[in-house]
Design a protein around this ligand. Sequence first.
Ligand SMILES: NC(=O)c1ccc[n+]([C@@H]2O[C@H](COP(=O)([O-])OP(=O)(O)OC[C@H]3O[C@@H](n4cnc5c(N)ncnc54)[C@H](O)[C@@H]3O)[C@@H](O)[C@H]2O)c1
Length: 258
Amino acid sequence: MTDSISQPTKVAVITGAGQGIGKAIATHLAVDGFAIVIADVREEVAQKTANELSQQGFRAMPSRTDVSDPHACDEMVARAVDQLGRVDVLVNSAGISKPGPSLDVTPEDWQRMMNIQLNGTFYSCQAAGRQMVKQGWGGCIVNITSVTAQAAFPQRASYCTAKAGVDMLTKVLAIEWAQYNIRVNAVGPSHTETEMTKTLVAKGMYALDTVTKRIPMGRLASVDDIANGVSFLCSDKASFITGHALYVDGGYLAYGYF
Ligand SMILES: NC(=O)c1ccc[n+]([C@@H]2O[C@H](COP(=O)([O-])OP(=O)(O)OC[C@H]3O[C@@H](n4cnc5c(N)ncnc54)[C@H](O)[C@@H]3O)[C@@H](O)[C@H]2O)c1
């Protein structure tokens, strides 16, 4: 006997889901059975990704959302509830990268990084958390951090600081919201095959063969590697895991030799 037909469809909101890691997470969670909100600051990519998922038979809607605006994060959650009825999962994947020598970073660039990577993650968590508490049955939040939350990279002071902040934010929310059955975890990728990485390589920030030699498993992460980690944390298999950072890094952080 199956009662799955009568169960309401769970809803996952994913920020930065128009492309890259966020898009792969959206696809994996759609396969897992979630209805998906594709939130991205670029409306056209959000729409395109939502269309692609819909054409594959999944339920997906776009949301033009700039996560650095707290009101936009509230609207993103309100839109999800209005159109899909609930919010069960939030994944924060929206992000930017702007490396440069710390001596030259402008206050505007520093602030922009914090506004998107750190503040935006908090605003989205707060908006989704409030809805999850209101619903009463709990939920799951996954914040995409980075190996740079733990390991210092040169010329990335704002990025590393923001990611380390998200790592601690994850732990604080996890212990505060455990009472509501809301689990909060992080997934920290190493270098992943996305546009962000292509841009950094094109700018000469690092050479691909140097990076792959530094990773014990000898390759970049695929977006599917990262999405698999998120899918696990959003599943019932992770029902007692909260406040944890799962590094999907091919052994990058464990490596301490040459
Ligand atoms: N690519 C990597 O090697 C790597 C490694 C570790 C961590 N990460 C992190 O993973 C996440 C996704 O990275 P990616 O490689 O897929 O990047 P990406 O540039 O391919 O995609 C990022 C997406 O976020 C969106 N975005 C940017 N600013 C936004 C805002 N203010 N509001 C809403 N959406 C916004 C962009 O439009 C884009 O669609 C980021 O948080 C990044 O820091 C990436």
